[in-house]
Design a protein around this ligand. Structure first.
Ligand code: ADP
Ligand code: MG
Length: 254
């Protein structure tokens, strides 16, 4: 199976710090790739390279085998790459449903951002209501579709972030620490949603997380970085049994 997203031998330096040393990973449609590692390991730097916010010193990023290393985040979005943010980036006055309508219209290049942000957008495009309902359903957000974002607890807000990414009908979704700030129940709900997303939409998911258990429960393949280098790469079972991984996490809260 050709990888939908591939990172090939990516290196990044900040002065004397090797933030990434020849890191590679890949993920196919309908699969979840996990990236874990202790604080300062290079996870966010890799996320930035994949999403197009930072150019690597060496190495490549490919979508469908096509080199996108030099492409802007916007160009990557047009190719079907979506991302969520670690900090919630929702608009307080817009309802959950309106967030998804805007995302859907951005995908279909019909966004009239100013009007949509005011909730005064044009009539729905054909299929829009069904598409948005489908995403609300998939993420279990139907019952709060009319709630303004400012009224939502953080765990629900995070699901709306994911829903907004899904509403752009992406082929690859990059998730940056989606469980940060969530309690145990919220994290479980997130895990269930991500599992459903992978099964029903056949998207490729790259999950960057400090929550090791979440990644090990969801990912098909896990890459572990420490001090910028890959120290393990394998199935969740491989990773659980790996001595180098256990050493890297010794004394560090996972
Ligand atoms: P993680 O997300 O795994 O915690 P990061 O990718 O944020 O790790 O950081 C990897 C390393 O690169 C760390 O040593 C960090 O201090 C360093 N680093 C990250 N961003 C910058 C930057 N903008 N300038 C200088 N050093 C940075
Ligand atoms: Mg980070």
């Amino acid at each position: 199976m050709t990888a939908l997203l591939a990172v090939e031998e990516v290196s990044v330096r900040f002065g004397g710090v090797h933030a990434l040393r020849s890191v590679s990973l890949e993920v196919a449609a309908g699969r979840v790739a996990g990236l874990i590692g202790p604080n300062g390991a290079g996870k966010s730097t890799l996320f930035d390279v994949v999403s197009g916010l930072r150019a690597p010193a060496t190495g490549r990023v490919l979508m469908d085998g096509r080199d996108i290393t030099g492409s802007s985040p916007q160009a990557r979005a047009r190719l079907g790459m979506a991302r969520t943010f670690q900090r919630l980036e929702l608009f307080g006055e817009l309802t959950v449903r309106q967030h998804l309508v805007v995302a859907h219209r951005v995908r279909h290049r019909q966004a009239r951002l100013a009007l949509d942000l005011l909730g005064l957008g044009s009539r729905p495009r054909p299929g829009e209501d069904d598409a948005v309902d489908g995403v609300l359903d998939l993420l279990g957000l139907g019952s709060i579709a009319g709630a303004p974002a400012r009224a939502l607890p953080i765990g629900t807000g995070r699901l709306v972030e994911v829903a907004r990414a899904v509403a752009t009908e992406p082929r690859v979704i990059l998730l940056d620490e989606p469980s940060s700030g969530l309690d145990g129940a919220e994290t479980e709900r997130l895990a269930a949603v991500l599992g459903r997303l992978r099964a029903e939409r056949a998207v490729a998911l790259l999950l960057v997380e400090h929550n090791v258990d979440l990644v090990l429960s969801l990912a098909d393949r896990v890459t572990v970085v420490d001090f910028g280098a890959v120290i393990a790469d394998g199935t969740p079972d491989d990773i659980r049994a790996d001595q180098a991984v256990q050493r890297a996490y010794l004394g560090a809260a996972p």
